[in-house]
Write a protein that binds this ligand. Structure first.
Ligand code: ADE
Length: 234
C-alpha cells in the first residue's frame, strides 16, 4: 500500500480513469466494468479495477484541485504501475464557440498554481501538455460520435473562487475553459515518463452564466466516459 491508496501492486490496471468525485468512480465501475474489485477506500477516495470489453481498467477518484490529484496520480504512476491516466471532469467554458455540453480535450494546461515555480525555480515557464497518443485517439473517437469537441489550452485554476485572476486576458489568449487539475496531472506524467490526458465536459459558462441540468450532465458525462474508456482500449 502507498500513503493514500490501500492496494497491493497488481490490483491497479495500467490504464486509469480519474474523475474528481469518488462517487463517480463508483458509478463508472458499477455501470461500465465487469468483474469489479474495489482496491481503495482510504478517505473515501474510492478506487476500482475491472474489465471494460475484456480489458483491465481502473477508476480512481482524484479529489478536487492540483494538490489532491497530484497525490493520487503520483502514487498510481510510481507505486502501482499505472502507465496512463485520463482525467474525466467538468469545466467552465471560456470561449463563445465552446458551448455548454461540449467536450474539451486539454492539449495544454496553463496554471496560476505555484507548482512549476516550485519545481523549476522560475528558470523556465514549463508548458504542461497532454500525451499526443491519447489526445489523437480521444479526438477521433469524439469526432466519430458526432459530439462537439475542442482541442487546445485550458486553465487549471488553483482556486474555484478566483475573482482576482484576469480571465478576460486568458480568454483573449484562447483559453478554452477552466478546471482545476490537468496541469498537475500533466506535470507528473512528464516527470515519470507516463501518459496523461484530461477530457472535460463544459458544465457551466463564464461568458453566458449558463449551467447544465443534472440530467444533461449525466448524458454528457456518459459521452466523456465512453470516449475515455475507448481511448484506453484503442
Ligand atoms: N469545473 C467546472 N466548472 C468550473 C469552473 N467554473 N471553474 C473551475 N472549475 C470548474
Amino acid at each position: 500500500m502507498s500513503v493514500h491508496i490501500n492496494a497491493t501492486k497488481g490490483q491497479v490496471a495500467e490504464s486509469v480513469l480519474m474523475p474528481g468525485d469518488p462517487l463517480r468512480a463508483k458509478f463508472i465501475a458499477e455501470h461500465y466494468l465487469t468483474e469489479v474489485e474495489q482496491y481503495n477506500a482510504v478517505r473515501n477516495m474510492f478506487g476500482y479495477t475491472g474489465l471494460y470489453k475484456g480489458q483491465r481498467v481502473s477508476v480512481q477518484g482524484s479529489g478536487m484541485g492540483i494538490p489532491s490529484i497530484m497525490i493520487y496520480a503520483k502514487e498510481l504512476y510510481t507505486e502501482f504501475g499505472a502507465e496512463r491516466i485520463i482525467r474525466i471532469g467538468s469545466a467552465g467554458g471560456m470561449q463563445e464557440n465552446v458551448k455548454v455540453r461540449d467536450i474539451v480535450l486539454a492539449q495544454g494546461a496553463t496554471t496560476d498554481s505555484s507548482i512549476f515555480n516550485n519545481i523549476f525555480h522560475n528558470q523556465v515557464t514549463f508548458a504542461p501538455i497532454a500525451s499526443f497518443n491519447l489526445l489523437d485517439k480521444a479526438y477521433h473517437l469524439a469526432k466519430d460520435r458526432g459530439v462537439g469537441v475542442h482541442v487546445g489550452n485550458v486553465l487549471s485554476s488553483d482556486r474555484f473562487y478566483n475573482a482576482e485572476l484576469d480571465k478576460k486576458k486568458l480568454m483573449d489568449y484562447g483559453m478554452l475553459c477552466v478546471e482545476m487539475e490537468a496541469a498537475g496531472l500533466y506535470a507528473l506524467a512528464a516527470q515519470h515518463k507516463k501518459e496523461a490526458l484530461a477530457i472535460l465536459t463544459i458544465s457551466d459558462h463564464l461568458l453566458t452564466g449558463e449551467e447544465t441540468t443534472a440530467q444533461e450532465r449525466e448524458q454528457t458525462f456518459n459521452d466523456m466516459m465512453e470516449i475515455a474508456l475507448e481511448t484506453v482500449r484503442a
